[in-house]
Design a protein around this ligand. Structure first.
Ligand SMILES: Nc1ncnc2c1ncn2[C@@H]1O[C@H](COP(=O)(O)OP(=O)(O)OP(=O)(O)O)[C@@H](O)[C@H]1O
Length: 359
């Protein structure tokens, strides 16, 4: 197990800056998720920690030691990729034994057997041990890939979108299993994904990466409820946070559209007239015949326990609200809406930075 620290890491490829002044601290035994869109720099971060790339600037510390001169073996990290890197002609058992065979590790045959059997049991692949890996399903192959990382008992697990090639149901099941596994092993995990649901459901901490910059680090609760800017606000939550442009006037949020909604206490730093973006989660926007906002029903999606209603305001702005499934709504029906004033997040209208964090 290990504590990892990236200090001021910059990585350039020619003129292209893949990572810029990245600072991340991952505690011993923590499940840290790096969330970002394609090209954000997620894989590069993992490759730097795994000693497959060298940083252009900055330091990587493992348990407080600068590992700049350490090779992959010395760093003792396991990398699990989206594509299963298994030997197809070998059995599952042989694939699991493989990382323990190099002479450098000197693991005794009896211990190899014991470790492989234990890992197979943990991952529920005991019945597959004698099967060739090219005869496995995608989910089984990914279990074996994870197993190959676990048998080695590495200090750190680096996982590069290991679930993204699987179908939705399997992904959901493996998400839970992987999280349980990490808790049982007490291992340090750095898991990268572009899937915000994966990030929210698995991470003890999430780091949101945008274009090589780490925009925010926090618990899933902090990232969801206190996004530092409108980028993070949009990156998590499904449907995403509603962002409404407007300004503050006498304690009310005045949307550019013309409707006014109340703002609760605790928003004292906002001055009248300043351009603002009001952020409100769909679960905090509600329909009520006496409410001040006017809109028409643009779309209704039935999700079983709830409905997601898209409202079209006077100027054609689209807002989303989650309402109980029993709510009856017709497309184009005229409705009134308001929000929970305590849940509104205010962002500067120009920079998009949350006023909670702005100076
Ligand atoms: N070896 C390389 N040479 C040149 N550019 C590279 C190299 N590796 C990565 N890059 C660039 O660095 C940026 C970050 O790439 P990286 O693979 O880390 O992104 P990512 O977040 O993992 O994306 P994805 O989700 O698509 O895998 C991208 O713009 C990519 O094109």
């Amino acid at each position: 197990m290990a504590h990892i620290e990236l200090k001021g890491i910059t990585k350039t490829f020619g003129n292209h800056v893949a990572l810029k002044d990245l600072n991340i601290e991952i505690a011993d035994g923590e499940f840290f998720v790096l969330l970002g869109q394609t090209g954000a720099g997620k894989t590069t971060t993992l490759r730097l920690i795994a000693a497959l790339e060298k940083p252009t600037a900055g330091q990587i510390l493992i348990d407080g030691q600068d590992v700049a001169d350490w090779g992959a073996a010395e760093r003792d990290v396991a990398l699990v990729l989206q594509q299963y890197s298994l030997y197809p002609r070998y059995t599952v058992r042989e694939n699991l034994e493989f990382p323990l065979k190099p002479r450098i590790r000197r693991v005794e045959p009896a211990e190899i057997k014991e470790r492989v059997d234990r890992v197979a049991k943990t991952l529920r692949i005991e019945h597959l041990l004698d099967r060739k890996t090219d005869r496995l399903s995608g989910g089984e192959m990914q279990r074996v890939s994870i197993g190959r990382a676990i048998v080695r008992k590495p200090r750190v697990f680096l996982m590069d979108e290991p679930l993204s090639a699987l179908d939705a149901k399997l992904r959901e099941a493996l998400r839970t299993e992987l999280k349980n596994l990490q808790m049982n092993l007490g291992a340090t995990f750095l898991f990268v994904t572009h899937d915000q649901i994966e990030a929210m459901s698995m991470g003890d901490k999430i780091g949101v990466l945008n274009n090589g910059h780490l925009v925010q680090t926090g618990t899933p609760h902090e990232i969801y409820n206190k996004p530092v800017n409108t980028f993070v606000a949009r990156a998590v939550g499904s449907p995403p946070m509603n962002l409404i442009d407007g300004r503050l006037e006498g304690g009310e949020a005045v949307a550019t559209e013309g409707y006014r909604l109340p703002l609760g206490n605790g928003h004292g730093i906002a001055t009248d007239g300043r351009p603002l973006t009001f952020g409100i989660r769909p679960e905090d926007l509600f329909l009520d015949s006496g409410a001040p906002g006017e809109a028409r029903v643009h779309d209704v999606e039935n999700h079983g326990v709830e409905k997601i209603v898209t409202l079209r305001t006077g100027n054609g702005e689209l807002l989303q609200a989650t309402v109980p499934a029993r709510t009856e709504l017709e497309i184009d029906e005229s409705v009134r809406f308001s929000w929970n004033p305590e849940k509104v997040v205010l962002f500067d209208g120009n920079s998009g930075v949350s006023l909670q964090y702005a100076s």
